[in-house]
Design a protein around this ligand. Sequence first.
Ligand code: A2P
Length: 275
Amino acid sequence: MIKTRLLNNRIEIPSPGLGTYRLGRNDEEVSRAVRHALDAGYRHIDTASFYDNEMPVGKAIRESGIPREDLFVTTKLWGSDILEGRIERAFDESMRRLDVGYIDLYLVHWPVKGRIADTWREMERIYQSGRVKAIGVSNHLIHHLELLLKEAGIMPAVNQVELHPYLVMQELQDYCQGKGIVIESWSPLGSSKIPLLADPMLQEIANRKGKSTAQVILRWNLQKQLIPLPKSSDRQRQRENLSLSDFNLTADEMTDIDRLDRNLRTGIHPDAITF
Ligand code: A2P
């Protein structure tokens, strides 16, 4: 059984979730990978309008036959929709493409310079309309959150950021934890751009535990109260990434993994994004 956590508005969120960015080369592959993940036990699927896959993700969810209330679906608002003043319309379009009744979590995908506070006001309005169970942000660093919180009426439930043992961002973790904002990790396995899975120290811990390096990283996420969103289109690896309950990392092992931090980003820096 997949575990759940509580968001700051008492909504349950299953952890881990399935990341879906570039999950397949076409809609059919995306739908199949999501279907396999749901069969394997995933109950939390993370997409975004930018991923251009909301339709096949929604289709797999509808065809799974799993009761809607047992599933958790996240999508995200893209920056150009903010700049073009079409936040409400972008939300409606995501709703239509997903076609799953409601969205569990709606996130501001990236901070848009100069627009952070007013974007959040519109997110609050969408939340108050009852079509989404929770709202949050993605790729927001402390200085972005400070701007947002100056004028916010509702605390973001989530901040989804690139986070893995080579990019720990402990200060951001502590800040969010202090505010009751749950951090979700995207590219928790470091993506194919960096050799995180071949890290000798992680491999040593994995060998000691009889688990894979990926499982050690995901377990580290859970023990740090992070919600990892591993992406895999492979059935076997999807199952592997859910099988995290039969071992524990010791406090020393957790610290050793924390110390791998080298502030290494595989994606764009949140202050450098353009739309
Ligand atoms: P695959 O889909 O073939 O399983 P990202 O960091 O961009 O989300 O991508 C994660 C990468 O890690 C993907 O290339 C995915 O490939 C791979 N991956 C996912 N789970 C595992 C695992 N358990 N072991 C090794 N590689 C994995």
